[in-house]
Design a protein around this ligand. Structure first.
Ligand SMILES: Cc1ncc(COP(=O)(O)O)c(C=O)c1O
Length: 388
C-alpha cells in the first residue's frame, strides 16, 4: 500500500465523534446486536410533505444545474424576509449566503478570517468542529469553559479574562450543543459589549434556534450595531428535520460576502439547485409541523431528565433548547469514555462521552433524545443497570 504522507494541517484536523460512534454502532448492528441510537444529532421526524413536494416539482421543472454560488436570488430574499418576519434580524438578500449544510458557514468563516497569530474563542464543551477547523486554519483555539454551576452558559467575566490583543473571532452557540443551555438576554448584551470593546468578530451558531422550550430566543444580534461584526449561522437541518438535504445559510457583514462566496466557488461551487426550492417552501410554508416537533421534544426531554435524575450517581439539568441532555456522571465512579464504551458494548446504547466536546466535558455524557419515548425508556433502564 502506498504510504501517503499527509499534509501537516491534517494532523491538526479533528473529527466529529458522533459520526464515528454511529459507524461503530452500525457495525455492531450488522452483527445482529440491537442498538438504541442516542448518539447522533438529528430530528427523528420526516421532512414535511410540502417541502418534499417542492423539491420534486423543482426536479421535474429542470432545476438540476449549477446556480449562483451564494444561493439562488429568490432563496436569499426568502431568508432575509424570514429573519425579519420572525424578529431575529433585519437584513438584506445580498448579505445571505446559502451553503450545503450549515457546517460550511463555520468552515468558510474561520478560513476567511483566522490564521497564524489569531486566537479564536469557542465554548468547551462545544461543537467539536469549532476547535478542529480553527487549528487546521493555523489559528489558536482558546476554549471558554462552560460550567454546570453556571447552567452551562458562558461566564462573561471569565470570557473577558480570556480575551487578548490577538483575539479575532468569538464563536457562540445558543441553544447549545451538547449542553442544551441557552444564553439569556443579559448574557447576550454583556457578550456584545465585550465584542464591541475588543473589536471581535462574532460567529453566532443558532442552528437550534427553533428548538427551544422557553418563549424567547436571545441573540447578540438583538444588540444595536452587532450585525456589522456578526455572522449568523443557521440552516434547515434541525428546524425542518432536513439533515440529509444539506442546506444551511449564513448572514454576513457586507465586506465578508465576497470572500465567503469565493471560498464556496473554490470548494462546493453552489448548493444543490432543487434543494434550494425545498428550502424556500420550508421558510414560507406552515409552521405547525415545527411546533409539533418541538412539543414532542419537550415531552421526551421531561421523560429523560426525570429518568436520569432517578438513577443513583447521575444528575441532570433541564435543557432550555436543542434535543440533548448533558448529565453529570461523576458519582458513578466511571470516566465519560468508560461509560460510553460500556453502554455501547454491554448495553447496546450508543451515546457520546462528554469529552467528545472538549476536555471540559469530562464527567458528563451527551444523550440525544431525538428518539422514541419507548427507546428512551428502554435506554434509561439500560443506563441504570450499567452504572449500578
Ligand atoms: C451546533 C451545531 N452547529 C452546526 C451544525 C451543522 O449543521 P448542518 O447539518 O446543517 O451542517 C450542527 C449539527 O449537528 C450543530 O450541532
Amino acid at each position: 500500500m502506498t504510504d501517503f504522507r499527509l499534509a501537516d494541517r491534517m494532523s491538526r484536523l479533528g473529527t466529529e465523534s458522533a459520526f464515528e460512534v454511529l459507524a461503530r454502532a452500525k457495525a455492531l448492528e450488522a452483527t445482529g446486536k440491537a442498538i438504541i441510537h442516542l448518539e447522533i444529532g438529528e430530528p427523528d421526524f420526516p421532512t414535511a410533505d410540502h417541502i418534499v413536494e417542492a423539491a420534486i416539482e423543482a426536479l421535474r421543472g429542470g432545476h438540476t444545474h449549477y446556480v449562483p454560488a451564494p444561493g439562488i436570488p429568490a432563496l436569499r430574499e426568502t431568508v432575509a424576509n424570514f429573519l425579519g418576519r420572525t424578529g431575529r434580524m433585519k437584513t438584506t438578500p445580498d448579505r445571505v449566503v446559502v451553503t450545503p449544510g450549515a457546517k460550511p458557514i463555520m468552515f468558510f468563516t474561520i478560513l476567511a478570517l483566522c490564521g497564524e497569530g489569531d486566537e479564536v474563542l469557542y465554548p468547551d464543551p462545544g461543537f467539536p468542529m469549532y476547535e478542529s477547523i480553527t487549528a487546521m486554519a493555523g489559528a489558536t483555539p482558546v476554549p471558554i469553559p462552560l460550567r454546570e454551576a453556571n447552567s452551562f452558559r458562558i461566564d462573561v467575566d471569565e470570557l473577558a479574562g480570556l480575551i487578548t490583543d490577538r483575539s479575532k473571532l468569538l464563536i457562540i452557540n445558543s441553544p447549545h450543543n451538547p449542553c442544551g443551555s441557552a444564553l439569556t438576554r443579559q448574557d447576550c448584551e454583556a457578550i456584545a459589549e465585550l465584542a464591541q470593546r475588543h473589536d471581535l468578530t462574532v460567529l453566532t451558531d443558532e442552528v437550534y434556534w427553533a428548538i427551544r422550550y422557553g418563549p424567547h430566543h436571545h441573540s447578540v444580534l438583538d444588540v444595536d450595531g452587532m450585525a456589522e461584526r456578526t455572522i449568523l449561522l443557521d440552516g434547515w437541518s434541525k428546524t425542518f428535520a432536513m439533515t440529509g438535504w444539506r442546506l444551511g445559510f449564513g448572514v454576513f457583514p457586507a465586506a465578508l460576502v465576497e470572500p465567503i462566496t469565493r471560498l464556496a466557488i473554490n470548494s462546493v461551487s453552489c448548493t444543490s439547485a432543487f434543494s434550494q426550492y425545498a428550502a424556500m417552501a420550508a421558510l414560507e410554508g406552515p409552521w405547525d409541523g415545527v411546533d409539533r416537533m418541538v412539543e414532542e421534544f419537550r415531552r421526551r426531554r421531561d421523560i429523560i431528565v426525570a429518568g436520569l435524575n432517578d438513577i443513583p450517581g447521575i444528575t441532570c439539568l433541564e435543557p432550555h433548547g436543542a434535543f440533548y441532555v448533558f448529565p453529570n456522571i461523576t458519582q458513578t465512579g466511571l470516566t465519560s469514555a468508560e461509560l460510553a464504551a460500556r453502554l455501547l458494548a454491554d448495553g447496546g446504547v450508543a451515546a457520546l462521552s462528554g469529552t467528545a466536546f472538549g476536555p471540559c466535558g469530562e464527567g458528563y455524557m451527551r444523550f440525544s433524545y431525538a428518539n422514541s419515548v419507548e427507546n428512551i425508556k428502554a435506554a434509561l433502564d439500560i443506563i441504570r443497570e450499567q452504572v449500578s
